[in-house]
Design a protein around this ligand. Structure first.
Ligand SMILES: C[S@@+](CC[C@H](N)C(=O)[O-])C[C@H]1O[C@@H](n2cnc3c(N)ncnc32)[C@H](O)[C@@H]1O
Length: 376
């Protein structure tokens, strides 16, 4: 049996997520603003949770309709066959988000929907008491332009939480955005990749996971693993398949440095927790002193942005030093994300490619400066 699904996307990553879904062999993939729809079985949904690198969450779409009143919302939620999805022992966790609609109170949408779910279960099952002490059953009500979507959150915590980062350093990148930057850069597995201000190592780890075919969700669990209608055995089989597909010995040529020794300590811990011990070279070194031997490769980094007053000057000096780093390695390409509109000027060159992205709420550009081609 196939269902309608939605993979949630940060601004600008919809196309990349659609590409991943197609590569997973899913059908009817359609990008919209902020999410990508597709059709698939429960097994497909689980595989997406396990494998999608750029999506934040995977929802199972239970109902979708135009609603302009709470009564209409109640009727819509009551029409869903909840008795097929839950045995009533779970903890029903309702969340809601409202935008540009008649129904603008998330709290009312939550409580009305919860009432509708419990009334339906009381009417259709023998259960009259709901202990609400079991595993979480997360239902999200999305109200946008008067369209209500009732969504079952199959991920639980955001998919950006791969499970390797438990200590956060200064302004770390979300793992999903880091994975997308790796994808948008000209780096292809097999080439050297170097992050000259690697902080806690997120970009390097995401690149290594990709190079070694390691599914990003291998080290965590998902809400759907405890859903009564999803067999636990299935999850174990899919995880074992993903484990068998890993090729860690392919990981080579990924390295980085940072001037902050504490950040490098954290990066070492994260590398270990990602199961990548000994696969990424890290050292304490200011980027002004980085000189690499390899003939070509890609520098990929998330330097500080200078958002706080007084920091901008120092950041612009650092961008200038990034420009010098590329001049020392003219056959290497360099990619960087920054919210500073003066980035190219400080770097000393116009970017060959620019892509607008958001790091959290900050509008940024992802700059690509291509290296000179090596003569054949
Ligand atoms: C925004 S953070 C990078 C975060 C990283 N992407 C992560 O996920 O943890 C910027 C990093 O640049 C480093 N940095 C600042 N100036 C530097 C320099 N001159 N040389 C090397 N690293 C520098 C900082 O120590 C900090 O770790």
């Amino acid at each position: 049996m196939t269902y309608e699904w939605m993979a949630v996307s940060a601004f600008g990553l919809e196309g990349a997520i659609a590409g991943e879904l197609r590569r997973l062999g899913l059908s009817d993939v359609r990008s919209e603003n902020g999410f990508v729809r597709f059709r698939g079985t429960l097994t497909d949904g689980y595989r997406c949770n396990l494998s999608l690198r750029f999506s934040d969450r995977v929802y199972l779409v239970l109902a979708e309709e135009s609603c302009r009143s709470f009564e209409a919302l109640f009727q819509l939620v009551s029409s869903i066959p909840w008795e097929k999805y839950t045995d009533g022992t779970e903890f029903f966790h309702l969340s809601a988000q409202c935008a540009r609609s008649q129904l603008m109170s998330p709290r009312d949408c939550q409580s009305i929907s919860k009432k509708a779910i419990l009334e339906r279960l009381r009417a259709r099952t023998s259960r009259t008491v709901f202990p609400e002490k079991g595993a979480e059953f997360p239902v999200h009500i999305s109200v946008h332009s008067d369209t209500v979507r009732v969504l079952l959150d199959t991920s639980g915590s955001s998919l950006s939480r791969r499970g390797y980062r438990t200590w956060n350093g200064e302004a770390p990148l979300r793992e999903t955005l880091a994975a997308a930057l790796v994808e948008f850069s000209p780096w292809r597995p097999g080439q050297p990749l170097y992050d000259p201000c690697c902080g806690t190592g997120t970009l390097l780890i995401e690149a290594a996971l990709r190079q070694g075919h390691l599914a990003p969700g291998l080290r965590r669990s998902f809400a759907m693993e405890s859903f009564a209608f999803f067999p636990a055995r299935e999850a174990a089989v899919l995880k074992a398949e993903a484990e068998a597909a890993c090729l860690p010995d392919r990981i080579a040529g990924i390295a980085g440095s940072d001037l902050d020794p504490d950040a490098i300590d954290l990066a070492h811990r994260h590398v270990l927790q990602a199961g990548l011990k000994g696969r990424i070279a890290l050292e304490v070194r200011p980027l002004q002193e980085v000189t690499l031997e390899a003939e070509n490769g890609v520098f990929l980094c998330n330097p500080p942005y200078g958002e706080r007053l007084g920091d901008q000057e120092a950041c612009r000096a650092l961008y200038h030093d990034l420009g010098l780093l590329q001049k020392r390695h003219p056959t290497w390409s360099l990619c960087a994300i920054s919210s500073d509109p003066g980035f190219e000027k400080s770097f000393g060159r116009r970017a060959d490619k620019k892509r607008r992205l958001y790091n959290g709420r900050l509008e940024c550009q992802f700059y690509t400066f291509m290296g000179r081609k090596l003569r054949a």
